[in-house]
Design a protein around this ligand. Structure first.
Ligand SMILES: *Cc1c(COP(=O)(O)O)cnc(C)c1O
Length: 368
């Protein structure tokens, strides 16, 4: 019996990307098998963490790594590490930051909302978020001015398509922080495919989700300086208790990393391009739609598809198309951040040919 039938659940076709309210991503057979082998067993969690650290180093070239419950947890714990280090008294004191530097500087356009505000991840550790510049623009001077304050614990940068405003040269921001002895953390939750580039900026920690494009179980990977990774782990005995990595999360991450290391990226990229090109060709046969591909704005190695809905007899616009797709069976979820220009977006990366065909047929039926 299929799991959705067993529990009477809504079947989903997820063309929205690694979206948390939809269960994020699909783990493959290799990850499932490793995780199911682990579920009935006991482990030394410290030993699993050590293995994860070595696997993360092998994969990324970083000094060390650790696993947390998710990237949201990794953000809170990285900030905790920057403020309190490994001191048992300070670990126990958080989120009370008395006597610790507690300002976390971030460009105003990086105060992203990925389901909640990232600023809450900082406040959860007791940190005080300091926004540099404006949402539209944050210059190097804006960042430097905030970094000079003596209570600055770290600089936080976000690498995501959710970021707003003029783009920032990460390397310059990292250099500015390091000139003042301030560590830098990059939230690259969905950027596991660019993790080496993010580390090459000189950042002290790069945070990625194990369950987004990496397609492991829900877990956060903290990657970078051995000293800060140790400090992140020290907070497992403090505010990190509720953010702990599970045995299945760590085994899932180990399996997902092993799989990523053998991925033929050129082939993978070709496959993604072919899928997207075929979709665009088919969609453009529909006289109610104009379709095209757009590369990921942050440099991830694939394109998304955008559909502009032309004024049509049925009176269907982007918003009503999205509502009708969602009401379909299975329920089809698309990206809806461009209603203003009457567009919807689709990400086909995890989808099968059959699922893509279902989306195409459904769009044709809706305009009939
Ligand atoms: C998804 C996301 C997160 C949160 O990651 P989780 O692993 O779901 O906690 C944080 N930051 C950004 C930019 C994200 O896209």
């Amino acid at each position: 019996m299929q799991i959705h039938d067993r529990y009477n659940l809504t079947r989903i076709i997820n063309a929205r990307g690694p979206f948390t309210p939809l269960g994020v991503s699909r783990s493959g057979d290799f990850v499932s098998k490793r995780v199911s082998e682990a579920l009935g067993k006991f482990f030394l969690i410290d030993e699993l963490q050590d293995k994860a650290s070595r696997a993360i180093s092998r994969w990324t070239g970083a000094e060390a790594g650790a696993v947390t419950h998710c990237t949201s947890a990794s953000i809170t714990l990285s900030v905790a590490a920057a403020m309190a280090g490994e001191s048992p008294e300070k670990v126990a004191a958080l989120p009370d930051t008395n006597g610790m530097p507690n300002r976390v500087v971030l460009p105003a356009g990086h105060a992203v909302n990925y389901g909640h505000s990232i600023l809450q991840d900082l406040r959860l550790a007791g940190a005080k978020p300091i926004l540099a510049g404006t949402e539209q623009r944050c210059s190097r001077e804006d960042i430097e001015n905030e970094l000079t304050h003596k209570d600055t614990a770290c600089l936080l940068l976000v690498s995501s398509r959710l970021v707003k405003g003029e783009s920032i040269i990460f390397q310059h921001a990292v250099e500015a922080a390091h000139r003042r002895g301030v560590p830098t953390v990059i939230d690259g939750a969905a950027q596991d495919m660019r993790v080496k580039e993010l580390l090459a900026t000189g950042a002290d920690l790069v945070l990625v989700s194990a369950q987004k494009y990496l397609a492991g179980l829900t877990a956060g990977l903290v990657i970078g300086s051995a000293e800060l990774v140790r400090a992140v782990r020290a907070h497992e005995l403090g505010i990190g208790r509720g953010m702990k990595a599970t045995k299945e999360g760590i085994i899932g991450a180990l399996a997902a990393i092993a799989q990523r290391e053998t991925l033929d990226l050129t082939n993978w990229k070709d496959e993604q391009d072919k899928k997207a090109e075929a979709f665009v060709r088919a969609a453009n046969k529909n006289k109610n739609i104009e379709a095209w591909m757009e590369p990921d704005p942050t440099g991830l190695p694939f394109s998304r598809i955008f559909l502009r809905i032309k004024p049509n007899k049925a009176g269907i616009d982007a918003k009503s198309l999205q509502v009708k797709l969602r009401a379909s069976k299975p329920s089809i979820w698309v990206m809806k951040d461009r209603y203003g220009s009457d567009q919807i977006g689709l990400e086909l990366v995890p989808l099968t040919d059959d699922e893509i065909k279902t989306i195409q047929q459904r769009i044709i039926e809706i305009f009939k």
